[in-house]
Design a protein. Structure first.
Length: 327
């Protein structure tokens, strides 16, 4: 069935989402083509921006009309000051960001080519995440949802557990992570959105529909979805016991950096606002697609009005893989 709807804000104050995880100072270089070997490559555009998985998701939430708080860690250096300042100027609540004495802030260099693909060289100081603050259900009850990534696993786990105790949506950005990290975090999550590489790694198959089914068997308690870039997104539909697929909006990709993070931020806000899953998946997909049309990583996150306008014009249907029922 083909449907069309807008993404209108709910009544009352903006919904609050807590984001936990990566905070990085990225230097983006725009190049014609990615390098194939050694040598020198000259970019024709450059941008420095603070972002990261949870951080970019937080920015997406703010752009879409929500309120976002970020729990991340930076070093006691100039890069850390820049990261916190950038997020604050972007409307993200940074009061509980951690500054770690003797540690270096996370930084990365990213090349983005004219097809929107990228090459990332990140640096993370392991000392950034040695300290893990206590997290209580009472503290989390002030939020309408939490979203964690895999870059600070110990704090992510405490946050997910506290969200469960508080009866709040506990959303996991299931990207590629170190050995055992997903397996540690997933049991405490109410919603898990896997990247395609992470899904293939955990499920042991590159077949998307099959991977969703296998992951649902593995984590039966949670909502399971897999995002696959231009191939769209898939999720396990609880009422029908089938796997559903939503094609990605057709756009000319300029920069795919942070598109997945924008998807997760939009997803978390929609869940916090109580939207049905199909509408949540549609607006998350559209927010990510619109971001891909803009160079600049998370700075390309669309506004709520931009997503609403695009949704009104997007009449793509959701297909159901009836022959792939896993229950």
């Amino acid at each position: 069935m083909i449907t069309s709807f807008s993404f209108d804000p709910p009544p009352g104050p903006p919904r609050r989402v807590l984001c936990v995880g990566a905070a990085v100072l990225d230097t983006l270089f725009r190049v014609r083509t990615l390098p194939a070997g050694q040598g020198k490559i000259l970019p024709y555009e450059m941008l420095q921006v603070a972002e990261g998985m949870a951080s970019s998701a937080a920015y997406a939430i703010v752009r879409l009309g929500g309120a976002a708080s970020l729990w991340g860690a930076v070093g006691d250096d100039a890069a850390g000051e820049r990261i916190i300042a950038d997020f604050g100027k972007s409307g993200i609540e940074t009061r509980d960001m951690l500054r770690v004495d003797g540690a270096r802030s996370a930084i990365s260099t990213i090349l983005i080519d004219d097809q929107g693909e990228r090459l990332i060289v990140p640096f993370y100081d392991e000392r950034l995440h040695d300290t893990v603050r206590p997290v209580s259900a009472q503290e989390i009850s002030a939020f309408d949802a939490v979203l964690v990534d895999v870059r600070w696993p110990k704090l992510a786990l405490r946050t997910l557990i506290a969200a469960g105790e508080a009866g709040k949506p506990a959303i996991l950005d299931g990207d590629v992570a170190g050995e055992g990290v997903i397996e540690m975090l997933a049991p405490a999550a109410s919603h898990i959105i896997f990247s395609q590489p992470a899904a293939e790694r955990l499920a042991g198959t590159a077949e998307l529909v099959e991977s969703v089914g296998l992951l649902k068997r593995k984590f039966e308690h949670a909502f399971i979805s897999v995002t696959a870039g231009e191939s769209g997104s898939l999720w396990f539909d609880e009422p029908s016991g089938a796997i559903r697929h939503l094609a990605a909006p057709t756009v000319r990709a300029v920069d795919t950096l942070a598109a997945g993070d924008i998807f997760h931020g939009a997803f978390a806000l929609a869940i916090a606002e109580g939207l049905p899953i199909e509408e949540t998946m549609r607006l998350s997909s559209m927010a990510a697609a619109l971001k891909c049309q803009v160079f600049g990583g998370r700075t390309g996150a669309p506004t709520r009005a931009e997503v609403s306008d695009a949704l009104r014009a997007w009449n793509v249907g959701v297909s159901q893989q009836a022959n792939k029922i896993v229950r």
